[in-house]
Every structure is written in structure tokens, then in C-alpha cells.
Design a protein around this ligand. Structure first.
Ligand code: GDP
Length: 139
């Protein structure tokens, strides 16, 4: 299992608000190398599949609706200790609780429209990266 990769999405709110460039800049200045990158859209079906682990949670329907409300940017990132370091860079799920200077503190408005996704384990980073990218698209 690789420990130097994580997966991220810039969510529909951050894309719609024009933050793609600023967030990618924050990520690269944070020491992450982008090894795959895609501007794309999740249909409700695909968003439901991506977040299947949250199927039983009360916010699942809202989450699927929000994630399919507009285009997103998907990326695989490389850095030593990638998963934990990226979660530190993005801050808490609820932006009102995110530390100052984190991506969610800077660019997110609410717990559902929280600007970015970050994988929570090495295993999920690999699964999520392969959800969006073929072997030919990972560098
Ligand atoms: P993350 O790993 O920090 O993204 O958080 P989770 O894996 O726990 O949840 C996945 C996503 O579901 C979050 O990024 C939020 O967009 C959304 N979410 C989590 N908790 C809530 C909640 O209580 N209400 C709503 N509306 N959305 C939530």
C-alpha cells in the first residue's frame, strides 16, 4: 500500500466561486505534487457511488445532490505522509471549526459546501484515485 498518495476533489462550490487556481496553488505550495488532474462532473449516480460509505447517514441525499450540482476538479497528490498532511492542509469538515489558513477556512462556506475533499486513509486514497483515473492518466 502506497503511503505517499492522496486523492482530492475541488467541490462544486469552490469551482463555481472561481477558487480552482487559488486552491491548486495552496496545494502545491503545501508541498504536494499533482500526479493526475481532471476537470469533470459527477452525475447523481456517480456521486452516490463515490460516497456509498455514507449511504446510511442523514446527510447522504444532500451530499449527493450537492456533489452533482456542478463541475469538480479531481486530482491525485503525492507527498510523504500524504493523507494526514493533506487533511491538516484542508482543515476540519465544518469550515467554522477549521483552523485559520486551512483551505476550508479560506474557501468554504458550510459543512456541505466545504470546498474540498481529502481521502481519510491510504486504502481509500487508492480506491478514490482509481475511481477517476486510469493507469494512463496517473503520472
Ligand atoms: P471529510 O472527510 O472531512 O470530507 O468528511 P466526511 O467523510 O465525514 O463527510 C463527507 C462529506 O459529507 C463532507 O465533506 C461534507 O461535505 C458532508 N458532510 C459531513 N457531515 C455532514 C453533515 O453533518 N451535514 C451535511 N449536510 N453534510 C455533511
Amino acid at each position: 500500500m502506497e503511503t505517499n498518495k492522496t486523492f482530492t476533489m475541488i467541490k462544486p462550490d469552490a469551482v463555481a466561486n472561481g477558487h480552482i487556481g487559488a486552491i491548486l496553488d495552496h496545494i502545491t505550495k503545501g508541498g504536494f505534487k499533482i500526479t493526475a488532474l481532471k476537470y469533470t462532473y459527477l452525475s447523481p449516480e456517480k456521486a452516490g457511488e463515490f460516497y456509498a460509505v455514507h449511504k446510511e447517514r442523514p446527510f447522504y441525499a444532500d451530499l449527493v445532490k450537492f456533489m452533482s450540482s456542478g463541475p469538480i476538479v479531481a486530482a491525485i497528490l503525492e507527498k510523504e505522509n500524504a493523507v494526514a498532511d493533506f487533511r491538516t492542509l484542508i482543515g476540519a469538515t465544518d469550515p467554522s471549526k477549521a483552523e485559520a489558513g486551512t483551505i476550508r477556512a479560506l474557501f468554504a462556506k458550510s459543512i456541505d459546501a466545504n470546498a474540498v475533499h481529502g481521502s481519510d486513509s491510504d486504502e481509500n486514497a487508492a480506491i478514490e484515485g482509481s475511481f477517476f483515473f486510469s493507469a494512463f492518466e496517473k503520472f
